[in-house]
Write a protein that binds this ligand. Sequence first.
Ligand code: CDP
Length: 222
Amino acid sequence: MGSHVSQPDFHRVIAIDGPAASGKSSVARELARRLGFIYVNSGAIYRAITWHILQEGIDAEDSDRVTRALQSMAITCCIQDSESRILVNDVDPAGHLRDDGVNESVSRVSRFPPIRQIVAQKLHECARTHDLVVEGRDIGSVVFPETPYKFYVDASPEVRLRRRAAQGERDEITMRDHADFSRSVSPLVIAEDAHVIDTSYLTIEEVVQEIIARLKEIGLRI
Ligand code: CDP
């Protein structure tokens, strides 16, 4: 036996990574519903932390103040109606997670290593008690590298811009993508063993079908 230890204390985790507006959320939520797994949106945790930092009037570029704010922030991740729910100091910021300010600052806040560590820790806690479908940027590559169930969902930049605009949001996804791909800690990468799906011309149902077929192929009992 080597020193390599898999993570037996984790339930099953399906990782869905990909860039902004690639269709991750709809696919991950529907997949979780079909499988009876819990749906976890890791981006929502970064967004909740960002929202709180902005509420405190802290500049998202100020790493010292952001780190200090983090120390006095109680972040609770619980499960309700088969989905994760996040509270910051007992406040649920769900209605603010897609505010313009949060869209603008979330990729800056999420590059700070202490923030990434906290989010990974919260995700690990959830995986100790439930089977999860987790969507994000580094779920297969960094947070749950041991899971065999990894997917990278992509779409062309034009399609992604169109999808986000159709949601009526002001969201500079090109800027966010650039920050996510180029940051030094846990950048958005395609995990070596991830199954890549280009969703540009697929419906959500088709993507979910493809993922389920692949999961069966690699032996997930469903
Ligand atoms: O849904 P959308 O693609 O707009 O993004 P999101 O999943 O809500 O994530 C918002 C931002 O959080 C991303 O642009 C990343 O900067 C950050 N994020 C991250 O760094 N790592 C993750 N696992 C998830 C999100």
